[in-house]
Design a binder for this molecule. Structure first.
Ligand code: ZN
Ligand code: ZN
Length: 408
């Protein structure tokens, strides 16, 4: 028996609802997509509640479920995912935060939550903060895109159950408070980090220069979304496969890195509408040579939906179809291909929804049902029925002849 490889392609937010202005079709139904339809026709289909029926998934919790983790057990906040996406190694016991560079006055009232969407100089500002030592805890700090940054506290006795410093409005910055008795030290260290960051950043040449130019200084950082990864066992160990990912958007890259996948940077994979589909197809085929499990995320459908642009979303479907066509044409034997979405993002509401997503799995000599098209409505008539996100990994492993026998 040959153990097969697995290719999982997740079209972020591509699943949708029928649109009145477009003949009551969803973007998937309105698009021309020969490769997706061929995959559906040659495999098994179903619909999937990625977290659970009636739950609106975030991209982060959804991907954890698709990778076989119970998001309710392993997800504590977005901090660790963003930090991993930014390239900081987040380890067991660390507490990670997302941060904004912001502008405050002397009374700590927020003047600009994004420091004028600062673009240049954040790397120098981050350099001035990272490595700070407070009460035996080391603060690792790194800039992200524009005003965004991440903070990881490393040391003994930390606990992620602390409130945000970021007030999420234009009020005064908050003191972080422990939400559990064991988290007092973490809240104290965090407050001290924010206090010192104000002193250091206020005097920094980058900010003095900004003030001279009439720009708001990035004179404080606002941490939020504390989280830790205490329960996360690497995916490669769990499923016994060497895992790699192709993703452009930082959040998804972060999840892949957190679960221990190899995530090479792919030139042109931007996570936006301008992503290079051909480069993604080539990267996926390349990674399949040296890995057993390859994951591909394409973010563009979700972006078009948040913009409320139906026609753009149809074009995204057709671009992803071209990418899939390139992959299928050169796909080696013994690869199971699963095509699905991490959640629905209906163009009509410009937000994620609880509607289940379509799923097609094909290859490896598996069964074939009667479904002929890849879309939300056709998939519901397929052999996989209606499953949950955490069912996907065991089903794929089963089809790849990698599931373990229960009993003798
Ligand atoms: Zn998503
Ligand atoms: Zn989204």
């Amino acid at each position: 028996m040959t153990e097969k490889k697995i290719l999982l392609i997740v079209c972020d937010g591509l699943s949708d609802r029928p649109a009145k202005e477009f003949d009551m079709k969803t973007p998937l139904q309105a698009a021309r997509k020969p490769a997706m339809d061929a995959l559906a026709r040659h495999g098994m289909n179903g619909v999937m509640d990625v977290i659970a029926p009636g739950v609106v998934p975030g991209s982060d919790t959804a991907h954890l479920a698709l990778f076989g983790y119970d998001p309710y057990k392993v997800y504590t906040g977005r901090g660790p995912i963003e930090a991993a996406g930014a390239g900081i190694a987040v380890l067991k016991g660390d507490v990670a935060f997302r941060c904004n560079f912001a502008t405050v006055d002397k009374s700590m009232k927020i003047k600009d939550r994004r420091a004028g969407r600062i673009k240049a100089g954040t790397s120098e500002l981050a350099q001035a903060l990272t490595g700070m030592s407070i009460d035996g805890v080391t603060a690792v700090f790194k800039e992200g895109s524009e005003h965004r940054a991440v903070l990881v506290l490393k040391g003994a006795g930390l606990d992620h159950r602390v409130s945000d410093v970021d007030p999420h409005n234009d009020g005064k910055i908050r003191q972080s408070t422990p939400l559990a008795p064991k988290a007092k030290k973490t809240a104290d260290v965090l407050n001290e980090f924010v206090r010192r960051s104000f002193d250091i950043l206020s005097d920094h040449p980058v900010n003095k220069d900004r003030v001279k130019k009439g720009l708001p200084p990035a004179n404080i950082v606002l941490p939020r979304g504390a989280g830790s990864i205490n329960e996360l066992e690497p995916m490669g160990v769990r499923i016994g496969m060497k895992c790699a990912a192709v993703a452009g958007v930082t959040l998804v890259k972060g999840i892949c890195r957190l679960v221990g996948m190899d995530v090479p940077d792919v030139q042109g994979a931007t996570g936006g509408l301008d992503t290079d589909y051909k480069a993604k197809a080539e990267a996926a085929l390349g990674l399949l040579k040296t890995n057993d499990f390859v994951f591909v995320n394409v973010k563009a459908g979700d972006v078009a939906s948040h913009d409320g642009d139906f026609r753009m979303k149809v074009r995204v479907v057709e671009s992803i179809d071209m990418m899939l066509g390139m992959i299928l044409k050169d796909l080696p034997d013994h690869v199971i291909v699963a095509l699905t979405c991490d959640h629905s993002t209906p163009v009509s509401i410009k937000e994620h929804s609880a509607d289940p997503v379509p799923l097609a799995i094909s290859g490896g000599g598996g069964r074939v049902d009667g479904v002929k098209d890849f879309d939300e409505i056709s998939a519901a008539t397929g052999a996989l029925g209606r499953i949950r996100g955490t069912d996907l990994m065991p089903i794929m492993l089963g089809m790849a002849d990698r599931a373990k026998k229960f009993g003798s």
